[in-house]
Design a protein around this ligand. Sequence first.
Ligand code: ADP
Ligand code: MG
Length: 546
Amino acid sequence: MEQGITMPKKPVYEELEKRVRVLEKSYFEIKQAQEALRDSESLFRNLFECHATVQLVIDPDSGNILNANNAAAKFYGGTREQLQQMRIQDFNTLSPEEIKQEMEKAKTNQRIHFEFHHRLVDGSIRDVEVVSSKIEAKGKDLLHSVIHDITERKRVDEEREKLQAQLNQAQKMESVGRLAGGVAHDFNNMLGAILGYTELGMLGISPTDPIHGTLTDIQKAAQRSVNLTRQLLAFARKQTVAPKLLDLNEIVEDTLKMLRRLIGENIDLAWLPGKDLGPVRMDPSQIEQLLANLCVNARDAIHDTGKINIETGTVTFDETYCAAHVGFVPGKYVLLAVSDDGCGMDAETLSHLFEPFFTTKEVGKGTGLGLATVYGIAKQNNGFIDAYSEPGLGTTFKIYLPLHATEAGRTTNMGAAQSAASGHETILLVEDEPMILDITTKILERRGYTVMAAPTSGEAIRLAREHAGEIHLLMTDVVMPEMNGRDLAKNLLSLYPKLKRLFMSGYTADVIAHHGVLDEGVQFIQKPFSVQTLAARVREVLDETK
Ligand code: ADP
Ligand code: MG
């Protein structure tokens, strides 16, 4: 602390001191203000330069990039200095004229939100979402744009839409299938009755009788309907099949001759078998049906001359592939591909391709059931189908059938019908459809057999228990309300160990095994059957030794 005498200050000094103090204060204030400005400037520069979003400042008149932040440099690929030598026209894939229009909108605040494609410095294209605001600087309007890379989001959205469309398609096919299958199943039974009664009627009159001709016409019409319902049932995956282990190449090989006849001479048919195919487990007649339907379509798609390729091979689908394809299941598959260089299809046709009764052919030419059948067959065998086509560029159908895991191939020979088709054995006939039961009984009795007819499994068991003599053959429907045919057969075998069995099936969904699939080695006859076929099959099963 200073002590002593203080000199009295002169007014002029006081005045000066006061001024100095004022000056000091304003100097300090300026200093402070400068510092605040520097802080704020640095804050805002950092906000721009260091922010994680891609930001550009653009001169809307020239498109010149006046400033680009670090994130922009990283995104577009280059240094900030390089970007600041460029124009937005270098990035945006729109035409210069369109870019001008878009910038005008941003400048007048008509729109602030845009989606563009931007080309990066390395040439790759990204989807970007741009939010642009007008800012004023140095008396000029500039655009401040924040750019988001939405490429991934777009891809995911598209993927999801694609999957949704596939799913919708699959659901549509499923419900159409259920409808078609339901109608076809009942209709098929009725056709069985019509055909049976007609044949019985024909047996009762002389072939020269005019009524005989009428009955023949009824028979023909019914037979045509049978073919139609058969295709519908195939689509609805309700065709009864007798699958066995097959070498796909072998079956295709055997079918080639028939296919060549089918497609005619102007079309070249090339067969490209894949090497070392594993076995598939399938009904061979279904493969023939697949090939015939696909080749006929290919033929129809070729105007004059052309080429059809049939190829086989093996493929493996992994999880990733299946995630992007609704309904596909990972695993190993045998591929059967049929391609043509015909007229091809547009997207609209492709989207309806497998629907029953979808046809682009003129009335009388197409039924629209060919591909529905192919689809049903692929599905029934746990396989998949894909179609690739573009107008004018031909078409390829690819069918994937599950590769059968085990090696041992046991095949059943369904055998050809024999001609000596009558007998005196006793047959237990079980069928829940009264008309079919009646007509089948009549047919068998005419052939000399003794028939015990039962409308239910329960009745069949009761009849079998009460019966004194031998029962040689059990002929039973596969699907019945109380007890299915297989369980009934098992039940009766304990009473009659030597009982032969013949299963009848409309091509109905088979609850015994997996959807219409009978056990391997089991004898069956497909409904509706003709008198000849029935008689022959019954004889064949009765004569079977094993
Ligand atoms: P249909 O042959 O009786 O018309 P399909 O179910 O077999 O019925 O085929 C449905 C439709 O699919 C055809 O009418 C045709 O428009 C189209 N199509 C099928 N296969 C081909 C093909 N190989 N090339 C071009 N179009 C095809
Ligand atoms: Mg067809």
